[in-house]
Design a binder for this molecule. Structure first.
Ligand SMILES: Cc1cc2nc3c(=O)[nH]c(=O)nc-3n(C[C@H](O)[C@H](O)[C@H](O)COP(=O)(O)OP(=O)(O)OC[C@H]3O[C@@H](n4cnc5c(N)ncnc54)[C@H](O)[C@@H]3O)c2cc1C
Length: 158
């Protein structure tokens, strides 16, 4: 091991760790990003439906189970989370979702200052590049590209 020094050490290269490392390095900081899992070279990671195959074979995940659930006859349920570069975002469904505005507002009312939906919205927008460009709700040039779901049964406008 060398004797390099870093401005920040980030443990876990999942969604939050990678965003943090990206933003800090854009600002000129040097980062050591540590990840317990391996590289994200598996092509299934880049294919939305590839998630099904990864789950079937328990690939790139920690394999954790819940405590025995009294309301499920004592069964222990899988608590899936990613163990790979990209973390859970490398094994997820790739559906872009935000929480319900009322949840954020309730958190703010209960003391989480700065977390109301109106205050959170600029950060959601900053992260998003919506296919239709920026509007009141959507971001236009963030790092996460978003689009309507592609489907043979067009329930959404194209
Ligand atoms: C199956 C599944 C499907 C999902 N589908 C969606 C979806 O479609 N849309 C959506 O918005 N959200 C979805 N989610 C949720 C979303 O992916 C997660 O909320 C998000 O990725 C969590 O980000 P995180 O940074 O908190 O944690 P993670 O992304 O899980 O990152 C944690 C990282 O830390 C690493 N780590 C942990 N301990 C250590 C250690 N001691 N040393 C080094 N590294 C360590 C882990 O290996 C992992 O890479 C899904 C989640 C799962 C599990």
């Amino acid at each position: 091991m060398g004797s390099e020094t870093y401005d920040y050490v980030i443990v876990g290269a999942g969604s939050a760790g990678c965003v943090l490392a990206g933003r800090l390095s854009e600002a000129g900081a040097s980062i050591l990003l540590l990840e317990a899992g391996g590289a994200d070279a598996n092509p299934l990671i880049s294919i939305p439906i590839g998630m099904g195959k990864m789950h079937q074979h328990h690939m790139h995940e920690w394999g954790d189970l819940s405590e025995p659930e009294p309301n499920l006859d004592g069964r222990r349920m899988p608590v899936t989370h990613g163990k790979v570069l990209g973390g859970s975002s490398s094994i997820n469904i790739m559906a872009y979702t935000r929480g319900h505005p009322r949840d954020y507002d309730r958190w703010a009312q209960n003391g989480a200052h700065g977390w109301s939906y109106v205050e959170s919205l600029p950060y959601f927008k900053r992260g998003e590049a919506w296919q239709g460009g920026e509007d009141v709700w959507r971001g236009g040039d963030g790092p996460i590209g978003t689009q309507w779901a592609r489907t043979a049964d067009p329930i959404y406008p194209s």
